[in-house]
Design a protein around this ligand. Structure first.
Ligand SMILES: *[C@@H]1O[C@H](CO)[C@@H](O)[C@H](O)[C@H]1NC(C)=O
Ligand SMILES: [Zn+2]
Length: 491
């Protein structure tokens, strides 16, 4: 395997050198100099691959983990902390890069691999091959959590109340080739479908690394995430692009929540918030410089996942000796941004009043044009919101149910808010029948019953009687149900 991978590296390297004058896609959501020639929107050929190569010398690479060393580090971590972690790759198809590197994820939680009514955060490092700091400090983060679980309150809080997924490298091929794009020389942070320009909309033409992330986001239910870059020191939030391609502040519907999250990162960082270039160490992406096909906006639009793009070191490829210091500078920020999923926002579950079962409804805030979905399994939702604000209407809805709304004052800590929705429609019996069919977990049972109509009718009769008798009791029992220590409310 290793030999064939090497051979592939070599062949691809030759091929790519032959086509070295292909236009590179674009600069960085991580360049020092957004207005410079680095900007691919101007179709600049200045960053051709041959010029790029000598910038990263053997001396610079020294001390960084190679891809196979990183793979070993991930598995070593897994065997060192088996109780609170799981190592996985894609569940159904092999999740491989162009050069067939298998990408591994570390999941950290007290119940790794199990579905729980908890939020999930993902960290992605090394999106750009020549920005390797993230992959190193993500391994520091994983090991720190393992070493400090049940010793440090923040580590314990994170392990016990959420699921943290860490993908140290999204672009191992680019790292091996010591350039920005993947092995096809495509900038992965320009390869996602874009809200304004349809150029990337055909999923079949996405790079394997991009497709892997897209499938992952659809599979898991992430509340928030961050990707790690280098070349600047700033926390960047959506939107990344504007409709007319010009540069101005263009906030997404959840602008306030994003400003809050970006500030959590920059304020806990050693000196990010002292930035002279960026006020408070945070920036709106389009205000800095617009990009298209970025991962951040795609996550927010298509995954309901609040993603930040974190530029964590002024130098893209600092000497390895500086890594422990960079980790120290970012440690509190990384822990705080992950813990913010537990410590802020509105969290709760949505239930059906008639069955008492959790339902995968969605939650909206009046005045904010975005929706957060509850999970299929537990009906739990996790809504990031800026604290210190009054929210006039928090609305839970689900097809076939009457929506319910309540107002809320969000202070500094998180609020727990459960919803119990009544089925709509005048005919209670029809409703009950429809909801039972609609529930996926009952499908098989339903088909068995279908074969025995008399039995089915009997069960329906019993259910209906049960429903009428215990309707009130169910509702009052649900009202007393609490699953978290947050300030509890149910409507
Ligand atoms: C933050 O600290 C680093 C390391 O001391 C330094 O190189 C950098 O210029 C500082 N940045 C700001 C914005 O203060
Ligand atoms: Zn980058």
């Amino acid at each position: 395997m290793a030999i064939s991978r090497l051979l592939l590296h070599f062949i691809l390297l030759l091929l790519l050198r032959a086509f070295a004058l292909l236009p590179t896609q674009a600069a960085a959501r991580s360049g020092h100099n957004p207005s410079g020639t680095d900007d691919g929107n101007h179709g600049s050929f200045s960053r051709n691959l041959l010029e790029d190569k000598p910038r990263i010398t053997e001396e610079m690479v020294h001390g960084y983990m190679s891809n196979s060393e990183l793979e070993i580090a991930v598995h070593t971590f897994g065997s060192r902390c088996p109780n609170i972690s799981r190592i996985y790759s894609s569940k159904f198809v092999y999740w491989r890069t162009v050069l067939l590197f298998l990408q591994w994820v570390i999941e950290i939680s007290d119940k790794p691999g199990k579905k729980e009514a908890e939020p999930a955060f993902k960290f992605i490092g090394n999106v750009h091959g020549d920005e390797p700091v993230g992959r190193e400090i993500l391994m520091h983060l994983a090991n720190w959590l393992c070493d400090n679980y049940l010793k440090d309150p923040l580590a314990t809080l994170i392990v016990e109340n959420m699921h943290l997924h860490i993908l140290p490298t999204m672009n191992p091929d680019g790292f091996a080739l010591r350039w920005r794009g993947n092995a096809n020389n495509v900038d992965l942070n320009r390869d996602f479908p874009d809200q304004f320009f349809s150029v990337n909309n055909d999923i079949n033409y996405r790079q394997p690394e991009t497709r892997a992330i897209m499938n992952w986001v659809k599979q898991e239910h992430f509340t928030a995430s961050a990707s790690l870059h280098g070349g600047a020191l700033v926390a960047n939030y959506p939107w990344d692009g504007t409709r007319d391609k010009s540069k101005y502040y263009y906030g997404c519907p959840d602008d306030k929540a994003f400003q809050y999250m970006a500030s959590v990162y920059s304020q806990s960082h050693y000196n990010m918030s002292l930035s002279k270039e960026f006020e408070g160490g945070i920036t709106n992406g389009a205000f800095w410089y617009p990009i298209y096909g970025g991962m951040q906006d795609w996550n927010y639009i298509h995954g309901g996942c609040f993603e930040l793009t974190l530029e964590i070191s002024d130098t893209k490829w600092p000497k390895a000796a500086e890594l422990p210091v960079i980790w120290e500078h970012n440690r509190m920020s990384m822990l705080k941004i992950v813990a913010s999923l537990i410590k802020s926002g509105i969290h709760g579950r949505i239930f059906a009043a008639n069955t008492g079962r959790p339902i995968p409804g969605s939650v909206m805030i009046k005045g904010i044009d975005s929706k957060v979905r509850a999970s299929n399994t537990y009906g739990d939702y996790h809504r990031m919101l800026a604290p210190g604000e009054k929210y006039e209407a928090v609305v839970a809805s689900m097809e076939g149910f009457r929506p319910k709304a309540t107002h809320i004052v969000l202070e500094q800590e998180a609020v727990s808010l459960d919803f119990i929705l009544d089925p709509d429609g005048a005919d209670g019996q029809m409703e009950l029948l429809r909801n039972d069919c609609g529930c996926r977990c009952d499908n098989e049972l339903f088909h068995v019953l279908e074969a025995h109509l008399w039995l089915y009718l009997l069960v329906m009769f019993v259910l209906l009687t049960f429903y009428l008798l215990f309707k009130r009791r169910t509702a009052s029992r649900l009202l007393t149900y609490r699953h978290s220590p947050r300030r509890p409310i149910a409507v």
